[in-house]
Design a protein around this ligand. Structure first.
Ligand SMILES: Cc1cc2nc3c(=O)[nH]c(=O)nc-3n(C[C@H](O)[C@H](O)[C@H](O)COP(=O)(O)O)c2cc1C
Length: 179
């Protein structure tokens, strides 16, 4: 893939808030996740765990992502992938402590980016959802009380009339410098 093709993928990937309700097949969700899990991480610690929810159980996940008028569209998503914190390794933990950096948060963000881009390449729309009830989510996913779930990615198929929007990004002069 050359840079122009990558740019096209990045421009095409957008937060979908108009899913058509169709389910994303489990096999496809698995494939997207397996590609995303090729993402890099500090000391290759891979401090993550992805929990996918397909089928009717996805309705329970949607309910954990809504409230105060937020994320109503999640009801029409075709699958969800919870991006969870997993076990790190000693090198990454020590390195992070010595450098005052939380590598895990970085790693989970990078994984999430890989996930939504892989989904787009597979013809699946997505939206990263940080507005969530983590406690309720843990109960629905049946995971331990302390497992952190910083975001959930909604996957699905965009409605036919949902256009690809132009990207709204800060001007390059504000966000990029060459010294
Ligand atoms: C960590 C994170 C949390 C987000 N949470 C939500 C959310 O709860 N609901 C929502 O509609 N969009 C959410 N978004 C999507 C952003 O609003 C969106 O990425 C941003 O406006 C840029 O638009 P684009 O993704 O279409 O390029 C989230 C994005 C990130 C990275």
């Amino acid at each position: 893939m050359n840079l122009d093709e990558i740019r096209q993928l990045y421009l095409h990937r957008q937060s979908c808030r108009a899913f058509d309700g169709r389910e994303v097949p489990e096999a496809l969700v698995r494939e997207i996740c397996s590609v995303a899990l090729l993402a890099p991480s500090a000391c290759n610690a891979q401090p993550w765990r992805l929990i996918a929810v397909t089928g009717e159980r996805r309705r329970e996940v949607a309910a954990c992502l809504q409230g105060l008028g937020m994320n109503k569209f999640a009801s029409d998503a075709g699958a969800f992938v919870a991006v969870c914190e997993g076990r790190s390794n000693l090198t990454a933990k020590l390195g992070g402590r010595m450098k005052g950096t939380d590598f895990t948060a970085n790693d989970l963000g990078i994984l999430t980016a890989h996930l939504v881009l892989a989904a787009d390449a597979a013809g699946v729309s997505s939206c990263i959802l940080g507005w969530r009830n983590e406690e309720k989510l843990r109960a629905v996913l049946g995971v331990g009380e302390k497992l952190r779930i910083p975001v959930v990615v909604a996957l699905g198929y965009a409605k036919a009339d949902d256009p690809v929007r132009p990207k709204k990004r800060k001007p390059l002069e504000e966000t990029f410098t060459v010294l």
